[in-house]
Write a protein that binds this ligand. Structure first.
Ligand code: GDP
Length: 456
């Protein structure tokens, strides 16, 4: 167990009300006592889970006043001794406090090292550790909800249950193969087939929703297509909820980000290439829809904006061709003007849901939101207690486990000898284990925690 003492600024390095310097390790208390001074008492003499007021000092200099929170092992975030010093939330005062802590015997923590210790010390498993970062990164309600449930161990619990069922069968098989006289395997294949008929659908169910869940949690990659003047920029403004002077801005350089996020009910759309939309709006540079169409190739959702007050043109035909077999919503824009396009006809032509909107007046947006939610099963996976797998790593491990269990199923069907089952059962057991951090190498663990932020 790594018990050297680490420290980092745990709050953001911007001006804020409070700044937190976290210290963890066997010397955390001693280090804190060299920096944090109270009247007639020392942190070392204080009980765990108490808070104390004092001054933060380095050499002869008083840096700030603040409070110290003491959380002794094993009842702390890292399961080690932890002291958190709270000072005022200024970048300089936080840096100076950290500096003093580092000069008093702690070393600077690597990104994610506190959480890595919580994992290595067995307080949380790997999927829970990963959930910590997901909670911090969550951009919408769905992402937050699913990562908090993963943090609480819902996914781990399910994985452990499935693993113990598999291990039970492996143990039984091996014992029986060792001692066939006392443990006959008559009828065992049928029993194992029953177990697999339970497990396989459970894993398949997790995988089935995983892809949608990943998209929901990261934001659905969305491209807005439509010929020049159909109203794409206006729609963008309408969805972003504020007028951003894009429509009239000829230079189109006001906000040149490539992606913007629109939060709908609990999930979000990540709009790709909104700069491209601005470009097509630029009267000097009306270059049609080709760039956006390229972006559409790997989008999850296409919003196709049609100007319903004028006839379809060549651009529209090209876009309609691209919509085949894709998740898309056709937005019949400018519905405040007299229509020349028929909604039913457009539905038949595109094979996609069509919603009448007016980007100028902001009508039809509720219907649009509902349709988007429907297309991505939000009702089904976002609002009940189902475990959402939102990590590619977890989905791949589940897929490996599923594959191994299907091989066992096939061996049973092919009436292979029983010792064939154990290899694939153990593979499934290991694949599931990698989700919670059993059977994983140091490289993968380092890789996972490297993506964490400082101080977590
Ligand atoms: P883009 O080229 O597809 O980005 O189209 P814009 O959003 O720049 O809109 C082109 C023109 O159509 C602008 O003059 C908008 O004011 C107008 N427009 C956009 N949406 C509507 C709408 O819902 N109703 C009406 N009447 N005009 C609209």
């Amino acid at each position: 167990m790594n018990t050297d003492t680490i420290a980092a600024i745990a709050s953001g390095l911007t001006q804020s009300g409070i700044g937190i310097i976290r210290i963890s390790g066997s010397d955390a208390v001693a280090v804190a006592d060299r920096v944090f001074f109270m009247k007639n008492k020392k942190i070392a003499d204080m009980p765990s889970h108490t808070i104390h007021y004092g001054s933060i000092r380095s050499g002869g200099e008083k840096i700030d006043e603040g409070i110290a929170l003491i959380m002794l092992a094993p009842h702390s975030y890292t399961a080690e001794n932890v002291v958190e010093i709270q000072c005022h939330g200024g970048p300089l005062v936080m840096r100076k406090t950290l500096q003093a802590v580092l000069q008093s015997g702690a070393r600077l923590a690597e990104p994610g090292e506190f959480t890595k210790r919580a994992f290595l010390n067995g307080r949380i498993d790997l999927s829970q550790a990963e959930a910590v970062m997901d909670v911090i990164r969550a951009q919408n309600d769905f992402a937050l909800h699913s990562s908090v449930s993963q943090l609480s161990g819902m996914l781990s619990e399910k994985i452990r249950k499935m693993r113990s069922e598999i291990l039970y069968e492996v143990a039984h098989l091996e014992a029986a193969l060792d001692d066939p006289e006392h443990l006959p395997l008559d009828g065992y294949s049928e029993h194992l087939a029953d177990v697999l008929h339970q497990l396989i659908p459970e894993i398949s169910e997790l995988i089935r929703h995983a892809e949608s869940s990943e998209k929901l949690s990261e934001g659905i990659r969305t491209v807005i297509l439509g010929r020049p003047n159909a109203g794409k920029s206006s729609l963008l403004n309408c969805l972003l909820g504020e007028e951003r002077a894009i429509v009239t801005d000829i230079a189109g350089t006001t906000r040149d980000t490539l992606e913007e996020s629109i939060r709908l009910d609990g999930f979000s759309l990540r709009l790709v290439d909104t700069a491209g939309i601005r470009k097509t709006n630029n009267i000097v540079e009306k270059m049609g829809v080709s760039r956006a169409m390229q972006q559409a190739e790997d989008a999850d959702l296409i919003l196709y904006v049609v100007d319903s007050s004028s006839h379809l043109d060549e651009n529209d035909k090209e876009i309609i061709h691209l919509l085949k077999g894709r998740k898309a919503i056709v937005l019949m824009n400018k519905s405040d003007l007299p229509p020349v396009i028929d909604r039913k006809q457009l539905m038949e032509l595109t094979g996609q849901p069509v919603i009448a909107i007016s980007a100028r007046e902001g009508t039809g947006m509720e219907e649009f939101r509902q349709k988007a939610a429907e297309l991505f099963d939000i009702g089904e996976i976002g609002k009940n207690d189902q475990i959402a797998v939102t990590s590619v790593r977890h989905r791949e491990a589940l897929a490996d486990a599923l594959h191994s269990l299907e091989l066992v199923e096939r061996s049973i069907d092919d009436q292979m000898p029983e010792d064939f089952y154990t290899i694939d059962l153990m593979d499934a057991y290991r694949s599931l284990g990698s989700i919670i951090g059993e059977e994983v190498g140091e490289d993968l663990i380092n890789e996972i925690f490297r993506k964490f932020c400082m101080g977590k």
